[in-house]
Design a protein around this ligand. Structure first.
Ligand code: NDP
Length: 502
């Protein structure tokens, strides 16, 4: 029998127990219901979170609405908002190791990844703090001698933020501080599988002096809690990150109250490899793109589109290197990819792979997983799945790469654009003209040339086509949480009349 890592043994003995935050108060669900989270890389409960009721969600929305109406956060000087957001960043850094441990226990990802994501999250709060000081409108002094045009930037109001399980703290931190920097009040619903680190943000916001009710964090299921956020008339905007399937529900639900939406949905992103690239770097980048976070990544480079003249050699090298990708215990420093988040996700991955093989595609490596002790799936590379097959078209969300070949750049671009998605693209070439042609023609919200996955708060993220609408992070991300109000200020003598007489 393998010895349990200390952190796992401690959590089995005494599971993490975070509470939700409504109106600045830590709370259990009003009916006492809880969600017990099983460790995905083993067997046993590692955390317990409240399973909020519909009434709890309504209360959180009411608290956000009240705080927004009071206006002490919405109208607060940007420099003061910045202090609160930076203080949260400091809390995240202070508790970094504990947060990373909790993240790894709930997601099953390698501890090194969790540590990097925790630091990345702190950096997002710091970046948003900086933005809070720079948010301003615009003015037009060129509208004639007596007219001044002003564009007043105002917070949109109460925002609902619904997040998924793959990068819990990071995705929450790509949204919450930006909405707060804009002056909005928020209600956050993290994934029922991984709510721990997001719930902890409630404590940090309280410590940092955010007025009660400006940020409420309510754990529970999407159908119980998330749906209330979508339907409630007081919620003016919803930021949703998750599957394209639920994205459709969000859009349909939002229509009733005409909410603004920001949606980051599924992807089927291409890694396009040209013959002239740095082959070793591309092999490594393609492997990272398809296996990072065990492929449970919205921007996973899940389709390899490789130039025919190097395809045999490239695939051979890829297969050799892929064997060095170790799936295993998330707390073992030698592990490259951790566990699959839950059994449903494991079954989804396996179904895609077995169906592709059954219809004649070949697994160059991998092609199976194990549920014996935790859920793990081997890095898998599949060639021969037709472009119109489910494996080539749909989001697998596992460490599975499907391979296609091309002869010309135009053909590569057509293949890259050959799905309904448009979230990310990776281009490997040393020819600047080819790189720029691809970057411009491939429909993707984010693209990388000779790099994979990395992202920084300055650059916005989001998708084309069925990968979503709107942008998060960066200066454009904060705009989503703002209304721009036009003001026409006439400051001349009132001589002209629209109607005379009377
Ligand atoms: P979902 O889209 O179901 O979940 C994302 C979030 O939405 C969760 O917080 C979920 O709540 C919530 N949600 C679910 N239903 C509703 C609803 N009716 N109203 C409001 N909120 C709702 O993703 P899954 O976790 O089920 O994963 C399924 C697939 O989605 C994956 O296999 C993957 O393909 C894709 N996915 C894509 C992501 C991305 O970043 N693009 C991220 C995660 C998943 P809860 O689950 O707590 O009930």
């Amino acid at each position: 029998m393998t010895t349990l890592p200390k952190a796992v043994a401690a959590a089995f003995a005494n599971p993490f127990r975070e509470r939700m935050w409504i109106n600045g108060t830590p709370r259990d669900a009003s009916n006492g219901a809880v969600i017990e989270r099983e460790y995905p890389a083993g067997k046993g409960v590692i955390s317990i979170a409240p399973a909020a009721t519909a009434e709890d969600a309504q209360e959180a929305i009411a608290a956000a609405e009240t705080r927004f109406a009071i206006g002490d956060w919405a109208d607060l000087y940007g420099g003061e908002k910045a202090k609160v957001l930076s203080a949260v960043a400091a809390c995240i850094r202070r508790d970094a190791e504990e947060l990373a441990t909790l993240e790894t226990l709930e997601t099953g990802k390698p501890i090194a990844s969790s540590r990097a994501e925790v630091e990345g999250s702190a950096d997002l709060w710091d970046y948003a703090a900086g933005l809070a000081r720079t948010l301003h409108g615009d003015s037009y002094a060129n509208l004639g001698p007596d007219m001044l045009g002003m564009i007043l930037r105002q917070p949109i109001g109460v925002v609902g933020i619904v997040t998924p399980w793959n990068f819990p703290l990071l995705i929450a931190s790509e949204r919450i501080p930006f909405a707060l920097a804009a002056g909005c009040s928020v209600v956050v619903k993290p994934s029922e599988f991984t709510s721990g680190t997001t719930l902890r943000l409630g404590q940090y916001l309280k410590e940092s002096g955010l007025p009660d009710g400006a940020c409420n964090i309510v754990s529970g299921t999407g159908t119980e809690v998330g749906q209330i956020l979508l339907d409630h008339p007081a919620v003016r905007m919803v930021s949703f990150t998750g599957s394209t399937r639920v994205g459709e529900i969000v859009m349909r639900s939002a229509a009733a109250t005409k909410k603004k939406l920001s949606l980051e949905l599924g992807g089927k992103s291409p890694s396009v490899v040209f013959a002239d690239c740095d082959i070793e770097a591309a092999v490594d980048g393609v492997l990272k793109g398809s296996n990072f976070n065990a492929g449970q990544c919205c921007i996973a480079g899940s389709r390899l589109i490789v130039e025919d003249s190097i395809a045999e050699d490239f695939l051979a090298r890829l297969a050799v290197r892929a064997k060095a990708v170790r799936a295993g215990c998330p707390f073992d420093p030698a592990t490259t990819i951790g566990a699959i988040v839950n059994e449903a996700q494991f079954d989804q991955i396996d179904h895609f792979v077995t169906s592709a093989k059954a219809s004649g595609a070949a697994a160059l490596i991998g092609g199976q997983g194990s549920k014996a002790e935790g859920m793990f799936y081997e890095p898998t590379i599949i060639e021969g799945a037709p472009m119109d097959s489910p494996l080539a078209q749909q989001e697998v969300f596992g460490p599975v790469l499907s391979v296609f070949r091309f002869q010309t750049a135009d053909e590569a671009i057509a293949l890259a654009n050959g799905t309904e998605f448009g979230l990310a693209a990776y281009i490997w070439t040393n020819d600047l003209r080819v790189a720029m042609k691809c970057a411009r023609k491939i429909e993707a919200g984010r693209s990388w040339v000779n790099a994979a996955i990395a992202g920084l708060p300055e650059l916005p993220l989001g998708g084309f086509r069925q990968s979503g609408v709107g942008r998060e992070t960066g200066r454009f991300g904060v705009d989503e949480y703002c209304e721009m109000k036009s003001l026409h200020l006439f400051h001349g003598e009132q001589k002209e009349r629209w109607v005379s007489g009377g």
